[in-house]
Design a protein around this ligand. Structure first.
Ligand code: NDP
Length: 289
């Protein structure tokens, strides 16, 4: 059964969500703060609501995809009484704390709540490669999983509404770490006029791809412990070599700022007696308390 759905927000992502719902045959109502955005949706049969209240009361399933938590709050609070009996799916990027607060607020209005983390860019919505993390009401997820599959593969990560955001932000942290490393690498190679495409395609991508294979072992070491040096790359060796990354950057006229926190972490891990372990030993040091 294709349930009708409301999408609040027609930015780049909201537009992609509405398009995917329409393509999957869902009667789709949209609202956007600035009227008339994404006119291409009109020929796909979208219904445009002129008020948030009209949009929300058009469907039992209400998907919100706005800029940030503040915009969600200011948009939904004036129509809070219309939410009773509906399911609110908030795909706006936010923190676990914000998600839990919105979940409590939605429960007070009598609505089921799912928080979501979109692991895709707009062009991937409706395609096979992206996925969306959901947390919150298991009842709502079970009821609407089939409808939400129109957007991207739905993956439920738990009843605590904050867990989708936590997993989402953890994945984005890893992504930005990778981008930061790549940006630094390209700054370094550009000092010798090495063609960026050649370096990226022939060296950077194969190297990162090979290194990705070490992540499951790192997770296993974190979870189950490991013998010192069992991965063959102990931290003391890594900390000693890391100085070369900093020195070479400085020699080549590249700001080493992105690397300095990593060196500080490695040095601390060694100073605290983890020199014979692998980099997983640095993970607990990042946690306070
Ligand atoms: P856009 O900047 O393209 O669109 C922002 C949307 O939020 C617009 O609909 C805008 O309305 C609306 N908005 C902004 N402020 C307010 C407000 N105060 N009250 C009501 N509406 C407001 O962003 P995206 O669509 O790309 O992103 C939307 C969400 O999706 C974000 O949380 C983002 O982090 C997340 N996301 C985006 C991805 C991407 O690659 N684009 C990937 C994964 C997640 P108006 O048209 O009136 O300005």
């Amino acid at each position: 059964m294709t349930n009708s759905v409301t999408v609040l927000g027609l930015g780049a992502m909201g537009t992609a969500l509405a398009r995917a719902f329409l393509a999957a045959g869902h009667p789709t109502t949209v609202w956007n703060r600035t009227p008339g955005r994404s006119p291409e949706l009109d020929e796909l049969g979208v219904r445009r609501a002129t008020t948030v209240g009209d949009a929300v009361t058009s469907s039992r399933l209400v998907v919100v995809c706005l800029l940030d938590d503040d915009s969600v709050r200011t948009t939904l609070e004036p129509i809070a009484s219309e939410l009773a009996g509906r399911t609110l799916v908030n795909l706006t990027n936010g923190t676990p704390l914000q998600a839990r607060r919105t979940a409590d607020w939605a429960a007070q209005q009598g609505a089921e709540y799912l928080d979501g983390g979109i692991m895709a860019v707009p062009a991937m919505i409706g395609g096979p490669d992206g996925f969306v993390l959901y947390s919150g009401s298991p009842v709502a997820f079970e009821r609407y999983e089939g409808d939400l599959a129109a957007l991207a593969r739905p993956q439920y990560v738990g009843g605590d509404a904050g867990l989708a955001a936590l997993n989402d932000l953890a994945l984005l942290s890893a992504m930005y770490g990778m981008f930061a490393g790549a940006v630094h690498a390209l700054a370094l190679t550009s000092t010798e006029k090495i063609p960026p495409t050649k370096f990226t395609n022939e060296l950077l991508v194969p190297w990162l791809t090979a290194m990705l294979c070490s992540l499951p072992a790192m997770a296993d070491e974190l979870e189950n412990g490991a013998e010192p040096g069992s991965a063959g790359s102990n931290l003391a060796m890594q900390a000693a070599g890391f100085g070369n990354l900093i020195d070479a950057s400085t020699d080549q006229g590249v700001d080493p700022a992105l690397l300095l926190p990593v060196r500080a972490l490695l040095d601390r891990a060694v100073a605290e007696g983890h020199g014979d372990r692998d980099i997983a030993a640095a993970i607990p040091l990042l946690r306070k308390g």
